[in-house]
Design a protein around this ligand. Structure first.
Ligand SMILES: [Zn+2]
Length: 254
């Protein structure tokens, strides 16, 4: 749905180097946030941002590094063949298989986030889309899909391609029996969408454990989506997290 929205709110840069640094700083901060939210599970999970100059390359976390320790200088850049072209650490093969195909399928996607967060993976096992049961869940109303298959750890580019196809033109996909994947026109938007999607999974799990949630009707869910689910809204909602993590953990800029 990103293509339908005005993206004039995104910051502008005079040089590609300045834009690259900006993207890498947002990415490093996002890993610190994922660590803080407990979204890490062993070596699983990756957030990527497209390089602003070489559009078939993306920046990502190195394989096996704790999210809570990642600095700007730890990020690696991977090309369309899976080769690490900047940085001296290896890439997680699943990160390449999934994210390279999502970035290839969707030129408008600047960033993509995936991890095995607890509520996201619990919800994913139900094989269902999220319902519009809260204002926040409406951010995903008619703007997420289900990858209704599970074939083991994603190491095959063909499987990544199928995930990219399942995402369609939406901002997020629930990978059945696996977890969530969110995208956006900025790191900020993709990462905020991940945070709020995991919480919406938690909210629906809690609500359905207690009873039968009342659904927001379709017209109101669409209206609310336009208010809380737009790229600008997702991007802006990230800013308090950015302010907190950069004040608390300034070494992420190293
Ligand atoms: Zn995964």
């Amino acid at each position: 749905m990103t293509a339908l929205f005005d993206l004039a709110f995104l910051p502008k840069f005079d040089t590609v180097e300045a834009e690259r640094l900006h993207r890498k700083q947002r990415l490093a901060a996002s890993f610190r946030l994922f660590g803080k939210f407990g979204f890490d599970e062993g070596v699983a999970g990756h957030i990527t941002v497209r390089d602003p100059e070489h559009l078939d390359r993306f920046w990502v976390n190195p394989f096996g590094m704790n999210f809570k320790h990642i600095r700007v200088s730890d990020l690696i850049c991977v090309d369309h063949t899976g080769a690490v072209v900047e940085g001296d650490r290896p890439v997680n093969r699943a990160a390449f298989a999934i994210h390279s195909q999502v970035h290839a399928a969707r030129p408008d996607v600047v960033a993509a986030a995936h991890s095995h967060s607890l509520h996201g993976k619990a919800w994913s096992s139900l094989g269902r889309l999220l319902d519009p049961i809260t204002q926040d869940a409406c951010a995903f109303f008619e703007d997420h899909t289900l990858f209704d298959d599970y074939t083991g750890v994603v190491l095959d580019l063909e499987e990544g391609k199928r995930i990219g196809a399942a995402l369609g033109d939406t901002k997020a996909v629930i990978l059945r029996n696996h977890g969530l994947l969110t995208t956006g026109p900025s790191v900020d938007a993709a990462v905020w969408s991940f945070v709020t999607m995991d919480r919406s999974c938690q909210a629906q799990l809690l609500a359905e454990a207690a009873g039968t949630p009342v659904l927001i009707d379709t017209d109101m869910a669409r209206k609310t989506y336009s208010q809380v689910g737009s790229p600008m809204s997702c991007h802006m909602s990230f800013q308090p997290l950015w302010d907190m993590i950069t004040r608390e953990q300034p070494d992420l800029f190293d």
